[in-house]
Design a protein around this ligand. Structure first.
Ligand code: MN
Length: 251
């Protein structure tokens, strides 16, 4: 099995090293094509207005001065042309990608791009509370189990899998739960500041809201309660019940 690895935290990220160790337990045929610099929250952006470079670091390791989507695109069309990967693993992201995070995430977007290019893909993210201690070993140990179980079961070609690991040591993880995408509580989280020239600028971003559970059977709930969360996502964003209603109104 040929496995392509990428991420949105950049080629030097510790989570990518954890992902490599995980992938090598599954296959010896592992390739890395990852962004030169951090691309968190890049979402599914493709670089159209400047050239891209592929920098070869070693035989099966490349860096791209672009987004996670650019990496998957160039990996499949160029680096692995004629030897398509059987699986794309994206991550392990520094921080969870649960609830509406999935719409911002570059980690998930890489898996989306692979899915569009008809390569099965799994996005993996490690939840943490304290940035000083991120339990990468949890992702590594549970990642191998989760990916193996997913590969055995399989999933449709227009679906990608979103996996999140809880913030606790591997031995304290309660198990693996499949669930739906949850919802964070949306709140204002930006700072307005004044620069040295007297101009106003803004710094956007959201802090974690610890007490939000995201509803029953969700990714948020599973991760908060100490389980590995597995959510199947698809690129069709259509909301079926509303479509049924609108068809009656318009068609
Ligand atoms: Mn990231």
């Amino acid at each position: 099995m040929r496995i392509l690895l990428t991420n949105d935290d950049g080629i030097l990220a510790p989570g990518l090293k954890a992902l490599e160790r995980m992938a090598r337990e599954i296959s010896k045929d592992v390739w890395v094509v990852a962004p030169e610099t951090e691309q968190s929250a890049a979402s599914h952006s493709l670089t159209l207005h400047r050239p891209l470079s592929l920098r070869r670091i070693s035989a099966r390791r490349w860096a791209v001065n672009g987004t996670p989507t650019d990496c998957v695109y160039l990996a499949i069309h160029k680096v692995l042309a004629g030897k398509r990967p059987d699986l794309v693993l994206s991550g392990v992201n520094r921080g969870s990608n649960i609830g509406e995070d999935v719409t911002y995430s570059g980690t998930i977007a890489a898996a989306m791009e692979a899915t569009l290019l008809r390569v099965p893909a799994i996005a993996l993210s490690q939840y943490y509370d304290d940035g000083e201690y991120i339990p990468w070993k949890t992702a590594e140990v549970w990642g191998v189990k989760t990916v193996r179980a997913l590969l055995k079961e399989g999933w449709p070609k227009n679906v990608l899998i979103n996996v999140n690991f809880p913030d606790r040591p591997a031995g304290k993880v309660k198990g693996i739960l499949a669930g739906k995408q949850g919802e964070h509580e949306v709140f204002d989280a930006f700072e307005e500041r004044i620069d040295p020239r007297g101009r106003t600028y803004y710094w956007v971003g959201q802090d974690h809201v610890e007490d939000v559970q995201g509803g029953r059977g969700t990714d948020l709930r599973a991760v908060n309660e100490g389980y590995v969360s597995v959510s199947p996502l698809h690129l069709d964003l259509t909301h079926r019940p509303t479509l049924t209603r609108l068809r009656k109104v318009f068609n």
